[in-house]
Write a protein that binds this ligand. Structure first.
Ligand code: CA
Length: 741
């Protein structure tokens, strides 16, 4: 008896129900699976349970009428964990109803439409697959969750959520030897929250690469939901021609659908909601013959490359991987409701000097509640025409062909806003748009949006006294809990691990102080976020050795973007040894936000916010938004050191803001604030006295730097350098008082 027949016996009866030649194989482990040689019409069933460290291969020759299917005994009951993945090769294959979680792929793809470089799948389908936070432990290690090779393949009704490491979530690969005209279809999927990566490589979908972008892919991305896809500037990166992106819903996503390379793409009937959330964007246009029509964009607060609509400037004789000029674009019947920006000639600089040509806006509707004009003109718009473009409110049009008038909107049954004036019936997005719902996408048997971090203060409040070890109280707390510390002195020996969102706050009227005797007080690990309120933290008992820090991030790489908030707290006595930092991060970890308000820092030998990035091309950096407000610094080594290397423009940060604060006797060894590659800087209404200055170096992108209304008393004036840009430093430095320097 062959091994194959032996394993087939227990399930042979299942095949009775189907055609005589079609078999169903129930397999319980990889050895059984690998023994099956399925033929057209066969079904392989993975037994319910955990499949750990499993490479599942589906290989065979099905037919259109009789595909070969691999599925779960019950949907959602087969869980692939550990180092697992799925590979397909052959024709007319269907893989369905599997869950990947609690692990990561041992190679660079979780679901691959190839088994090796010479064997791939055509006419095949992956449906009902869930990939949930199946992340490489190191956020800088690149992988993809789905790689579509071959032609006529489909990924549908699947869920992808919480990718935290480098690499586009789903890619369509069409480099040699794989077919170029490959007609992938990606539909009815739930692309759930993807946190900002803090570097290039955080796309949710990429179709092709620049190398083969001159040819057509004819792929279709339709009826998908993109929910908080914040990985980087490109949510979808189209890098090939003749693709159709339609009927998708983008919600609260901090990026854009980008026609990055390739010509003749169609973007139609998509709906974008930003709800006023910063950096939420719409559609970015590059290259030739792009059609953007019948889209609805509401509440998008993004600017620059993340505008509701961006028409980019191009590079003369552009290399294929830079920016080919926009020509013959049609942008028709789109509605932009309360956009922060419509960006024409986006990214114009010394290199991107070719304005859009032969580009038409027709029957578009732009409505803003406020009086400002969101249309930003970055270069000549002589090559852009406007035909019956209606803009509200009334005012001076930015260009001929734009008609400005009052427009009243009403929300229709489909949830979208339309003008009430019948004269505007043919302007803006069509009335019959029907945004997809959560029920239309993904699977019904697995939750959607579960990877969103628990909010601070969403749990219960636990009252803590100094009689109880603080480390024990933290260990017992659940995600979102608040530890309310009564007055008194708390002593902590080993660093407290924070791997959940936690708040430590002073009880009303209390003034708790924490002293720590190890090299750190808190260590943030994957999943952790920390809020400190009303605490006094002293370094008096810390070791008299270099390198202490109050809060440090994991020594190991992390994939979760964390949040750190400090309010009304005091940090003192941290000058007993050199290099004593308050917050020390690494570029292997990533802060979505570090926010300090109303706090006091005195006698700190190191840096309050230490955030150095990596000097590599991807420009990974340690923190996106660093905000300091209404705080006081005295005898502090440095207030902030933030850097980002590389030349990439995909990501938003770091961003630095400091307002309403006082700095005394600080940063005297070379500077108080050191910024390198920071994308947005606002330093306003601060008072510096007898301190080191601000030193900022601009690298790539269009850095926004504003240093205004500060007093620099016996403190040097700010110094701004440009690393690449030719010309005077791009910064607004105004209304500062420099005295006694
Ligand atoms: Ca990118």
């Amino acid at each position: 008896m062959s091994r194959l027949a032996y394993y087939a016996l227990p399930v042979a009866l299942a095949s009775l129900a189907t055609a005589a030649s079609a078999k169903t194989w129930l397999v319980h482990d990889i050895a059984q699976l690998n023994a099956v040689r399925p033929v057209a019409g066969d079904t392989i069933v993975l037994a319910d349970g955990e499949w750990r460290d499993a490479t599942i291969k589906l290989v065979g020759e099905g037919s259109a009428a009789k595909p070969i299917t691999l599925t779960a005994e019950h949907p959602g009951k087969v869980i692939l964990t550990g180092r697992s993945n799925l590979k397909l090769a052959g024709n007319h294959l269907v893989a369905s109803n599997l869950v990947f979680r609690d692990g990561y792929t041992p190679d660079d793809v979780v679901v691959s439409f190839r088994t090796d470089s010479r064997h791939w799948a055509n006419h095949s389908r992956v449906t009902g697959i869930v990939i949930d936070r199946f992340n490489q432990p190191d956020r800088r290690k690149e992988d993809h969750w789905v790689s579509i090779y071959g032609a006529d393949n489909r990924v549908d009704h699947s869920q992808f959520e919480g990718k935290g490491n480098d690499g586009a979530t789903l890619v369509v690969i069409r480099d040699k030897p794989y077919p170029l005209d490959n007609r992938a279809r990606i539909d009815h999927n739930y692309f759930g929250p993807r946190p900002p990566l803090g570097g290039n490589g955080g796309e949710t979908i990429r179709i092709g690469t620049s190398t083969e972008s001159g040819s057509d892919s004819h792929s279709i991305v339709e009826d998908n939901l993109f929910d908080r896809c914040d990985g980087e500037v490109e949510i979808i990166s189209v890098k090939s021609g003749a693709n159709v992106i339609r009927n998708n819903l983008f919600v609260d996503s901090q990026g854009t659908l980008t026609l990055r390379h390739g010509n003749g793409n169609i973007v139609e009937r998509n709906v974008f909601f930003g709800h006023g959330i910063p950096h939420t964007g719409g559609i970015r246009i590059i290259n030739e013959r792009q059609t953007v029509r019948d889209n609805y964009l509401e509440g998008l607060a993004g600017e620059d490359f993340r505008s509701a609509i961006t028409v980019m400037n191009g590079v003369p004789n552009s290399p294929i991987n830079r920016y080919l000029p926009v020509r013959n674009a049609l942008i028709a019947n789109n509605s932009a409701i309360n956009p922060a920006e419509i960006n024409l000639g986006g990214g114009a600089d010394a290199e991107r000097s070719v304005p859009p040509e032969s580009t038409r806006f027709v029957n578009d509707l732009i409505v803003n509640a406020g009086s400002g004009d969101p249309i930003h003109i970055g270069s000549s718009i002589a090559g852009i025409s406007f035909e019956n473009v209606i803009q509200a409110p009334a005012g001076k049009p930015a260009a001929p062909g734009i008609k400005r008038r009052a427009v009243t909107l009403a929300r229709a049954a489909n949830g979208l806003l339309y003008p009430t004036d019948p004269a505007l019936a043919k302007v803006g997005a069509p009335r019959d748009l029907k945004p997809v719902t959560r029920a239309d996408v993904g699977v019904p048997w697995y939750p959607k949006g579960g990877s969103v971090p628990v909010a601070f203060d969403s749990g219960t409040t636990r009252k803590i006294t100094p009689a109880q070890p603080l480390a024990d109280a933290v260990a017992a707390a659940r995600s979102g809990d608040v530890l309310e510390l009564a007055a008194g002195r708390y002593r902590v020996a080993a660093p407290i691990v924070v791997d959940r969102p936690l708040t430590l706050t002073a009880a009303v009227g209390g003034n708790p102080a924490i002293a720590f005797s190890g090299p750190a007080l808190f260590r943030i690990e994957n999943g952790g976020s920390l809020a400190l309120k009303g605490l006094t933290i002293t370094g008096a008992e810390a070791p008299h050795r270099a390198g202490n820090a109050v809060i440090r991030t994991s020594a190991a790489p992390m994939t979760g973007a964390y949040v750190l908030t400090i309010e009304d707290s005091t940090f003192t006595d941290m000058a007993g040894a050199p290099g004593f930092d308050v917050i020390r991060t690494t570029p292997d970890t990533f802060a979505r936000a570090i926010t300090i308000t109303g706090s006091r820092f005195a006698d700190v030998s190191g840096t309050v916010v230490a955030g150095n990035g990596k000097p590599d091309d991807k420009g990974f950096y340690a923190a996106r938004d660093v905000t300091i407000a209404d705080s006081a610094f005295r005898n502090v080594g440095r207030i902030a050191v933030l850097s980002r290397g590389g030349k990439d423009e995909s990501s938003l940060g770091p961003r630095f803001a400091m307002t309403g604060s006082t700095v005394e006797d600080s940063g005297r060894d070379g500077g108080a604030i050191m910024l390198w590659g920071v994308q947005a800087t606002r330093i306003a209404d601060n008072r510096f006295r007898a301190s080191g200055g601000i030193h900022e170096t601009h690298t790539v992108g269009t850095p926004h730097t504003m240093i205004v209304h500060n007093v620099f008393d016996a403190t040097p004036a700010p110094v701004i350098d440009e690393l690449y840009y030719k010309g005077p430093p791009r910064a607004v430095i105004a209304d500062n008082l420099v005295e006694g320097a």
